[in-house]
Every structure is written in structure tokens, then in C-alpha cells.
Unconditional design. Structure first.
Length: 131
């Protein structure tokens, strides 16, 4: 699994499209596919949107996402929502905290992690080793 993380509108999708140019890609936006017969690379984006709408408990949601991406050629595009002003709304704070805990679990499982900061890519983890 390769994770691409960065703030909103920082160039994550453009980076993924450039990285995968010429390859067949199956994109899932705001949906966590439990099963896909995709033979090509699978890109999962919008996990925070899915988390905001799911009825699963936090623990079940984390397990669901981890199972959905396990043992697949998958790129997970994560929007960093944990920086900045703490939301006043309790539901938004809960979502931010849940995303943070899920993202930590995904980072541990990832083979590669790349942070995109205004179009610039920085490798944080490669072949399972933090760089």
C-alpha cells in the first residue's frame, strides 16, 4: 500500500495521476470497496467523507478499511484534516480524531508514504522504512 497524504487542494490527485500515467487505474472516491476484482491499481480517496457517513463504530470502521486495502496494489489518498483550528462542532472534532487514529494505523501498514505539500512530494516511508 502506498499512502499519499496532504492538505486539501495540495496536488495529491495530480501526483497520483502523474505517477500512474499509462497504467489502468480504478478510482474509488468516498467509497471503501470491500471487494474488487480490479486487476489494475486501485486508488481509494475520500476516506474522511466515508467515515463521516458510516454507521460503523470507530473500531469497526478502522477494521473495515484495513481489511479493504490489505494485500492489494492500492494507493490511498488521505486529506490531512488534523491541523489547524479545532472544530467547534462535536461531530467534526470526533471525525478529526477518528481520521487521525485511522491514518496512524494505515501509516503503520503502508509500504510507502508520500506527503504532498503544495505540489512538492516528500517521501516519509519507503519499503517499510521511515526515511
Amino acid at each position: 500500500m502506498h499512502i499519499i497524504i496532504g492538505g486539501a487542494h495540495n496536488g495529491k490527485r495530480g501526483y497520483v495521476n502523474t505517477m500512474l500515467a499509462g497504467r489502468e487505474v480504478e478510482w474509488f472516491e468516498g467509497v471503501i470497496p470491500k471487494y474488487s476484482e480490479a486487476r489494475q491499481v486501485m486508488v481509494v480517496a475520500g476516506i474522511e467523507k466515508w467515515l463521516a457517513e458510516t454507521d460503523l463504530s470507530e473500531a469497526d470502521a478502522v477494521d473495515y478499511v484495513l481489511a479493504a486495502v490489505a494485500d492489494r496494489d492500492v494507493i490511498v489518498v488521505l486529506t490531512d484534516i488534523g491541523r489547524g483550528i479545532v472544530p467547534i462542532d462535536a461531530q467534526q472534532r470526533k471525525l478529526r480524531d477518528t481520521c487521525g487514529r485511522l491514518y496512524q494505523r494505515l501509516m503503520v501498514e503502508a509500504d510507502e508514504v508520500t506527503r504532498i505539500w503544495y505540489g512538492l512530494a516528500q517521501t516519509l516511508k519507503k519499503r517499510g522504512e521511515v526515511v
